[in-house]
Structure formats: structure tokens, C-alpha cells
Design a protein around this ligand. Structure first.
Ligand SMILES: O=C(O)CCC(=O)C(=O)O
Length: 278
């Protein structure tokens, strides 16, 4: 199979060509996609009209599917596919920089989205957290390498509270859980270091006072906002995006309401091609 990758920005992202709806979704295809993903961190494929079942099949070739989300509905054709749909005056929850589900001990390795209904607007941006790390002064990198931070479910508190009050929040916490992660992580396949804090889910740096923790996190979040670290996708129906959740964050722009925007997503928990020793 001959896939081609057109790199989109120095930080990350490539548009992949050489796949069509006739291409078999098998291990050989995903070996190649995985190699491209390790190099570019997020891949975009245009005009690939996968059914929900095929989307789940593509995800399952990357690794174990799962990490079903505590607050999204699944597609009637496949339990592994969640529907991300906003319209009217719903407030989308993805217009914040985040890496998926880092409030779990083991966040998913990758996510795959297929665009279904796309209004004008509703682009998604990805940031390379490798690039953000490399932009930090040396002394700061060394200091952060010693620190860990608490991640929790952030703004998912709002639907939990509206549905069940304080008990609702406690139940949602019990389902979503919280986790402590190093602020600097190393990619398990490439070994490349990246900054592992996000505006959505990183709440507190262990060992610092609340004001110190807040100031340092705010400074780091500001760095993630710099466009030099980004790539931006203009979706069309049947665009597929595949991203490595380790070392990237994403932000879905909310400029399209009240129009409908609908995407289908699978989350891959573990990386079948990652060396078992890592
Ligand atoms: O709506 C999007 O473009 C991205 C959704 C998102 O943030 C996610 O799947 O984690």
C-alpha cells in the first residue's frame, strides 16, 4: 500500500492520501497509518465514507476500543462509536484545549473522528505538546520534570450538577475518576518529551500552594495557545481525523451555533503496536 503524507505545519499534522472506501481496513493498512501517526501526531483523510461499523473496525486495528465516555450517547449501529452532536443553544464542551480523558489513570491512546454533518465553521485545532515543551526555557523544563499534577473532569461537572445536584457531581466523579500524572511525560514509542497539562482537566500541581499552582498552570496554558504549535482542520462530511492523544491536545471552535454539527468518534485505549516493554 502506498500512502502519502503531506505535512501541514512544522509542529504537527499531515493530510494522508492513498486510501479510499474500497481500501481494506486491516492490520497492513493500520501499520502504515500508525507509522505516519508517530511522525505527524494527527492525520487527516478526506472523502472516506466509513460506516459506524467500519469506523469501529478501523479503531480496533489500532488497539482495544473502549474508554466509553460517561456523558455521550453511542451510535445505534455500534456501541463503540459515540455521537458528538451540538446545535441550537447547547454549549459544546470541547472549546477548551484538552487531551482526552486525562482524568483517567490510563487515558486513551488515540481517537478517530468521522465528520458527518458540518456547518460553516466548527474547525478543530490540534496543538503539539512536544513543540510546547521544546519552547520552554531549559530551567523550567528541569523544574517541571520533578512535578506531578491532578487531573479531573473539569466542565463535565455542569451537566452532572444539572442532572443530580451535588450528588450528581459525586456520582460523575466516581464514574470519571481523577488521576495524578507527571507534568512532563515521554512518548512511549518515540521517547520524545512533552508537556502534559491541559486547560480542561489539569487542576492542581502537587506540592505547591493553590496560588503558586494556579500561576504556573496559567503560564503553561498561555503557551499552548500560541499558533506556532498548532494545525487547524476545516472539516467536510467524510473527513476522518486520527490523533495520538499522547503529546497532542485539541480545541473545537464554537462559531457555528445554532447550526447542527455532528461527528462520530471512537476511542482506542491501548496501542497495539507499542513495544510491550514500555
Ligand atoms: O468536536 C471536535 O472537533 C472534537 C471533539 C473532542 O474534543 C473530542 O473528541 O475529544
Amino acid at each position: 500500500m502506498a500512502l502519502s503524507a503531506d505535512r501541514l505545519t512544522p509542529a504537527l499534522g499531515a493530510e494522508i492520501t492513498g486510501i479510499s472506501t474500497e481500501t481494506a481496513i486491516d492490520a497492513a493498512l493500520v501499520d502504515e497509518l500508525h507509522a505516519q501517526l508517530m511522525e505527524h501526531h494527527v492525520l487527516f483523510i478526506r472523502d472516506l465514507d466509513l460506516s459506524p461499523t467500519q469506523l469501529a473496525q478501523l479503531g480496533a486495528e489500532f488497539g482495544t476500543l473502549g474508554a466509553r465516555h460517561h456523558s455521550y450517547v453511542t451510535h445505534p449501529e455500534s456501541d463503540d462509536v459515540v455521537i458528538l452532536e451540538w446545535k441550537g443553544d447547547d454549549l459544546p464542551d470541547a472549546a477548551e484545549w484538552h487531551s482526552d480523558m486525562t482524568y483517567r489513570e490510563t487515558p486513551p491512546f488515540a481517537s478517530i473522528i468521522k465528520a458527518d454533518v458540518i456547518p460553516v465553521g466548527g474547525d478543530t485545532l490540534w496543538a503539539s505538546m512536544f513543540s510546547v515543551y521544546e519552547s520552554l526555557p531549559n530551567g523550567m523544563r528541569d523544574d517541571l520534570a520533578e512535578l506531578e499534577a491532578v487531573h479531573d473532569m473539569g466542565a463535565f461537572r455542569t451537566p452532572a450538577y444539572r442532572e443530580g445536584g451535588n450528588e450528581g457531581i459525586l456520582d460523575a466523579y466516581a464514574a470519571a475518576k481523577t488521576a495524578v500524572h507527571p507534568m512532563i511525560e515521554h512518548h512511549p514509542v518515540t521517547g520524545r518529551p512533552y508537556l502534559n497539562v491541559s486547560e480542561s482537566f489539569t487542576r492542581f500541581i502537587i506540592g505547591l500552594s493553590a496560588p503558586e499552582s494556579g500561576r504556573l498552570l496559567t503560564e503553561l496554558f498561555d503557551r499552548i495557545n500560541r499558533p506556532e504549535h498548532h494545525v487547524r482542520l476545516r472539516w467536510k462530511p467524510n473527513t476522518i481525523a486520527i490523533w495520538d492523544n499522547r503529546g497532542t491536545q485539541h480545541y473545537a471552535v464554537v462559531d457555528y451555533l445554532p447550526n447542527l454539527r455532528r461527528l462520530l468518534r471512537v476511542a482506542v485505549v491501548d496501542d497495539a503496536r507499542q513495544p510491550l516493554s514500555s
